[in-house]
Design a binder for this molecule. Structure first.
Ligand code: C5P
Length: 220
């Protein structure tokens, strides 16, 4: 069978990562978390004291860190200059800075290139999750899915993940990050015209996974 390329986009807290990993594992495909790549470059910028309010300063060093993504859905890893940063990239600091860093066109150009080369080398195919995969990174994907959910449902899921986090604070931070991602000039968070929209508000994770698997199988 030819390689199948699946693009899964949507805002935070819609179950993108859990769904994408499970679908890839079930279908024997590779998996790429593009948010982790933007988090990794943001982690490197923070660690090297780059002023993230200065796009020129960011653009000047964008090629320095070596970012390597593992594409096994059962054990996704990400390294920066050989260091596993899977844990540190989930910190509050990185989460609060990532939208500013990922809005810089030179950052997007560099990360997009990594994403296209990983997709092209995935033998059976790949599930790629992010914000601009269907619109910009892989416009010829075989299937494009856009996941949505109410802000309340998304904040509740995120607070569950960040054990003990206050739901109102989580909700505000999440809405702010989505607004920044949706309003940037270069490849904002957006639904591609040919994407299938799935509202996950009243669905269990298992239902979303089954829905996407069915959509992939229809395309094969
Ligand atoms: O998916 P996750 O919450 O880990 O993504 C972190 C951030 O990375 C997003 O808020 C967004 O700023 C950026 N991102 C992006 N384009 C993608 C994936 C993530 O700009 N394709």
């Amino acid at each position: 069978a030819p390689a199948v390329i699946v693009a899964i986009d949507g805002p935070s807290g819609t179950g993108k990562s859990s769904t994408s990993k499970a679908v890839a594992a079930h279908l024997g495909l590779s998996y790429l978390d593009t948010g982790a790549q933007y988090r990794a470059i943001t982690w490197w910028m923070a660690n090297n004291n780059i002023d993230i309010t200065d796009p020129t300063a960011i653009a000047a060093v964008v090629g320095k860190p070596e970012i390597v993504s593992g594409t096994d859905p059962s054990a996704p890893t990400i390294t920066v200059d050989g260091v596993d940063v899977s844990g540190p990239i989930r910190s509050q600091e990185v989460t609060s800075k990532v939208s500013a860093v990922s809005a810089v066109p030179e950052v997007r150009a560099r990360i997009t290139e990594l994403q296209r080369s990983l997709a092209a080398s995935a033998e059976a195919g790949i599930v790629v999750e992010g914000r601009d995969i269907g619109t910009t990174v892989l416009p010829d994907a075989d299937l494009k899915v856009f996941l949505t959910a109410s802000p309340e449902a998304r904040a509740a899921r995120r607070s569950g993940e960040l054990k003990g986090a206050d739901i109102h604070t989580t909700r505000e931070a999440l809405i702010k990050r989505d607004a920044a991602d949706s309003n940037r000039t270069t490849s904002p968070l957006a639904k591609s015209d040919d994407a299938v929209e799935v509202d996950t508000t009243d669905l269990t994770l298992q239902q979303v996974i089954e829905c996407v698997i069915t959509l992939v199988e229809e395309k094969r």
